[in-house]
Design a protein. Structure first.
Length: 395
């Protein structure tokens, strides 16, 4: 507890000293009238006319091709909830700083003083000409699903939602290597042939942005027995009155399990993106050995590392940097956005996401139970993601 208090104090002092983590710096110096004439008027008129005749030249003649808008309404910030756009700004600045330092991307925090989905769509659409990609961040569920869907349809630049896409890709990457470490891949190949994931029983706790996206990506990657749990229990086709996005989640529940998470026994994998205490001990104790548990709630995971050791969990991952196996979005979003910009992607596909997950997993040459994902400072990751996403686009 003392360490946490000290870290909080140090972080606050650092933010007060910096007065923001970002600044704008020019690529050229204006030292003479000639410089001014080239970089501003009258010289700037030439690229303006060229772009007016051919809009695609905006990528070659301006900053658009290297620029991301990080958009939030502050309605679901980290583990802090609805704290508003001003309070969300430090987080968005941090995301921009990571993009800049890890992948050379110029990103701008855009914190909106509105929680109306229609207005958010309108604003983002209006500012989109100046950006090469949109990163939706810390917007509440299920509103963000509609915002992402609408913007993806309306814009000719990619719309990336890190709480969904980033979390899901890093989770899948960690799962790929966890399955190698535990030997479950080879065991299931003997049972299922070409698809080693078909008979794996996976429980996903939490039906927010992260939980939904994890379930969708795992399903697309070939995992067949997925049960997603919300506050009412398993999301299944036996339930009525569900929101549209939960109907898709129900289709993944091929075992038609209808109970609550404390009655979900025999799982190979449990992934939780919910809250501390959301994974019952009886569920973990009844898992198939060797078992895999990802407890992704931040800053306090569903179960602690000490509890995981006591319970004999074979591979344990969290979102914490002070625990082994940090399932952290920062492993994904710098490299993935770098690839989207460099390849001038217009729409994100599931094939791109799976490719990025494989690139992250493959960045660990010899995974162990305490090393299933690379270090966030591993410079190979950004390059590997770009290479794999490019191959996925080529088909």
């Amino acid at each position: 507890m003392a360490d946490s208090i000290d870290q909080d104090r140090e972080a606050l002092v650092l933010h007060q000293r910096l007065r923001g983590k970002l600044t704008i710096s020019g690529k050229a110096k204006i030292k003479t009238l000639h410089d001014l004439a080239l970089l501003y008027t009258p010289g700037v008129a030439k690229p303006c006319r060229e772009i007016a005749q051919n809009k695609s030249l905006v990528y070659d003649l301006t900053m658009k091709g290297n620029t991301v808008a990080i958009v939030s309404d502050g309605s679901r910030v980290l583990g802090l909830g609805d704290i508003g756009p001003e309070a969300a700004l430090p987080v968005m600045e941090g995301k921009a700083l990571i993009m800049q330092q890890f992948a050379g991307i110029d990103a701008f925090p855009i914190c909106l003083d509105t929680k109306d989905a229609e207005e958010i769509v309108r604003i983002v659409r209006a500012i989109s000409p100046g950006f090469g990609a949109i990163n939706l961040e810390d917007i509440e569920t299920p509103k963000v699903f509609e915002i992402e869907r609408r913007l993806t349809e309306l814009l000719d630049i990619p719309v990336f939602h890190d709480d969904q896409h980033g979390t899901a890709m890093v989770t899948l990457a960690g799962l790929y290597n966890a399955l190698k470490v535990t030997g479950k891949n080879e065991t299931n190949k003997q049972k299922n042939g070409p698809n080693p994931y078909e008979s794996l029983r996976i429980g996903i706790v939490g039906a927010g942005s992260a939980g939904c996206a994890i379930a969708k990506l795992l399903s697309a990657a070939g995992f067949k027995d997925l049960v997603v749990f919300d506050s009412q229990g398993a999301i299944s086709q036996a339930r009525s009155g569900m929101e549209d996005y939960k109907l898709e989640l129900a289709s993944f529940n091929t075992s038609n399990f209808t109970g609550t998470i404390d009655k979900f026994f025999g799982a190979d994998v449990i992934i939780s993106a919910a809250r501390p205490g959301a994974i019952p001990l009886e569920t973990i104790k009844a898992m198939k050995k060797p078992n895999i548990v990802f407890a992704l709630a931040n800053p306090i995971p569903e179960i602690s590392l000490e509890e995981a050791k006591e319970l004999g969990i074979e591979v344990f991952g969290t979102g914490r940097s002070d625990y082994p196996n940090q399932i952290n979005n920062s492993l994904c979003f710098p490299g993935f956005l770098r690839a989207l910009l460099d390849l001038r992607v217009k729409k994100i596909t599931v094939e791109m996401k799976i490719a990025a997950a494989k690139a992250i997993a493959d960045s660990v040459k010899n995974p162990t139970k305490d090393k299933i994902v690379p270090d966030v400072f591993d410079k190979k990751v950004v390059k590997n993601i770009g290479k794999m996403v490019k191959e996925a686009i080529k088909g």
